[in-house]
Design a protein around this ligand. Sequence first.
Ligand SMILES: Nc1ncnc2c1ncn2[C@@H]1O[C@H](COP(=O)(O)OP(=O)(O)OP(=O)(O)O)[C@@H](O)[C@H]1O
Length: 262
Amino acid sequence: MKIAVSGKGGVGKTSVSASLAKLFAREGRRVYAVDADPDASLGLALGISDDILAKVIPLIEMEDVIKEKSAGGGLLYSLNPDVDDILDEYSISVGNIRFLRMGAIKPGGSACYCRENAFLFSVVDSLILDKDDVVILDMGAGIEHLTRGTSKGMDLMIVVTEASKTSVQTARVVMQLANDLGIEVTKVIANKIHSPKEEAFIQAQFTAEELLGVIRFDDELLDVALGNEEDILTGAFKASMEEIYQRVIHFSGGKTSNNAKS
Ligand SMILES: Nc1ncnc2c1ncn2[C@@H]1O[C@H](COP(=O)(O)OP(=O)(O)OP(=O)(O)O)[C@@H](O)[C@H]1O
């Protein structure tokens, strides 16, 4: 199953991605946790230490190797069967989680991440998955990364939003795009909800079918952000994510990905 997590900046995409990765892994499923956001910190949220993360080679550096192996060029690559063989060098495994990252941040105002995105999603699309394997992509903020190429083969798009008009607006645009791009299921998680008033706002914006879950603002996540607590699955956040996880596995029930082994 392939899951993309998207939404406006700072809404909690990385927290949700890391939690889902840990929950799937806890069930014994193999998880590819992919940091597709150059500005993201999925590795840290997964509890991987800085010094280990520093050793993970950005996936984009694999591009030249692939180009040498496949005679082709341009933005479309023929990766199989090479990708699995060489992916080891560009990932680290923590238990059942295999962590990969797209690439480093570019200097301000420089080019887009089109090349990185195209390559990253070629790699993801080429992964040969077992039926129970899961790919979780922590996407960049906003919508620029959402194209036919990047959405190919995604089974579920999770859009994270806060209780604000601008955040909901972005969520709506992402949902529409995901639909246009043919992603089968798109669901919303409302995160950092402070009050019944905010919850009522969210309930008014989305249908019960659209909403995958509501997560309250939880001070305990501050300890994770400050580095005092390693496990993101803590406090009320953990309880909410466990409920959401139960709904997410419903979407993977018996479903295999495009490249799944039978
Ligand atoms: N439910 C919550 N309660 C309290 N704090 C939260 C909650 N969810 C996330 N946070 C905090 O909000 C901050 C941003 O979260 P996170 O990095 O997951 O968002 P993001 O959408 O991935 O951000 P970016 O767009 O910058 O990549 C972090 O400090 C995180 O600990």
